[in-house]
Design a protein around this ligand. Structure first.
Ligand SMILES: [Zn+2]
Ligand SMILES: [Zn+2]
Length: 370
């Protein structure tokens, strides 16, 4: 009797507006999977825990910045997995039974690629993303290139392993793109998991950190941030980040956050064009804006203010293997406290996990895959 292998599959490309009453998971379904034969350099692996990414949600909703995702596709790129079988070819030191996290972004690995030759697959123009260009971690089995596998370091749990990929993105942002010094005031706009991870790492680097969200985030995501001691701000059209800072935000010790309504650094994790567009208004002269999100269209902003305020705006694309290693260490050392932010689901409830994530009714959904 052959066992049935299931996967959570994206097949539709309808644009779904979450408040419209249409099921937010109507572009997806659980399907029976066939396991392709292993090609040179490929392995068969069993996902153990897989996390739902904001990009997975965006693809499920058919957002315009995710129309390039191939369909049908078993999605998922944030997982811990175990090697079941090695295909033909060389797999480095990787063995059957090893537990690893796959890097999401695989470069073309050509000898003339300026990104791949320096190990920055995330910057390769021909990169392919696990779960978007080939079936990924929301299958009960996955076939992938063994080059992607970053073996677990000592002490990392299977559950924590599902957070390595998103945390690696926050590591790339904080350690490679932001020069955070103790005493700096930092605003993270957006309280999705990448925002919360950036907030944790920024504070661990010595910054005082405020996190923004919308009214809907008050009960779950901002609550989780508040419990961790962050300043939390519920923003709206009438009460913007700028008005909060100008009116004066006070931290738990009664000390004013920012000065003259300005902070040192803003890390943009919402993907809302207006939020990035208005960021310059709250940054000190010579301060920084670090852009982690992507946007459904062009963003309008005051470029003259950027020049006159001598602001530095930087983008962050994904992460590379080096960042995965750093992320693993931070999880083992509990610099990022995974338990505080994770909501666990069984594979049988995967539809619910996606619904809750898309509606922002959880902080970080992680699905136990077997
Ligand atoms: Zn992701
Ligand atoms: Zn390349």
């Amino acid at each position: 009797m052959s066992e049935s292998i299931k996967g959570f599959c994206l097949h539709g490309r309808e644009r779904i507006i979450p408040s419209s009453g249409v099921s937010v998971i109507s572009n997806t379904s659980v399907v029976d999977m066939e396991i392709p034969e292993l090609k040179e350099g490929e392995i068969l692996a069993k996902p153990i825990y897989t996390g739902i990414c904001g990009s997975d949600n965006s693809a499920c909703l058919g957002k315009p910045n995710f129309t390039w995702v191939e369909r049908p596709r078993v999605i998922g790129h944030e997982c811990s997995a175990e090697v079941l079988e090695l295909g033909p070819g060389d797999h480095g030191g990787l063995k059957v039974g090893d537990v690893f996290t796959p890097v999401a972004q695989l470069g073309c690995r050509r000898e003339d690629c300026p990104a791949c030759t320096v190990g920055k697959w995330n910057l390769c123009p021909r990169k392919t993303i696990l779960g978007f260009h080939r079936d990924g971690g929301f299958g009960q089995r996955m076939v992938l290139e063994s080059d992607r596998a970053v073996p677990f370091i000592e002490g990392l749990t299977h559950k924590q392993g599902a957070l390595v990929e998103p945390l690696s993105v926050a590591c790339n942002a904080i350690y490679n793109k932001c020069d955070i010094k103790p005493g700096m005031d930092v605003v993270v706009t957006g309280c999705g998991i990448i925002g919360l991870m950036c907030a944790e790492l920024a504070r661990a680097s010595g910054a005082r950190v405020a996190v923004t969200g919308i009214e809907h985030d008050r009960q779950v995501r901002l609550k989780a941030a508040k419990e961790r001691g962050f300043i939390t701000l519920v923003v709206s059209e009438s009460q913007t980040l700028q008005t909060y800072l100008e009116d004066g935000v006070i931290d738990d010790n009664g000390v004013r956050f920012g000065s003259n309504g300005k902070v040192d650094l803003l890390i943009e994790c919402t993907g809302v064009p207006q939020v990035l567009g208005q960021a310059g208004a709250v940054i000190k002269p010579n301060g920084d804006i670090c852009v982690v999100a992507t946007y459904p269209g062009p963003v309008e902003f005051d470029a003259t203010n950027l020049t006159r305020s001598s602001h530095n705006m930087r983008g962050v694309m994904g992460s590379s293997k080096d960042d995965f290693v750093v992320a693993q260490k931070l999880l083992v050392q509990e610099v990022f406290p995974a338990e505080h932010y994770v909501n666990m689901y069984q594979f049988d409830d995967i539809g619910q996990a996606f619904e809750d994530s898309i509606k922002a009714n959880n902080v970080k959904a992680v699905v136990k895959m077997n």
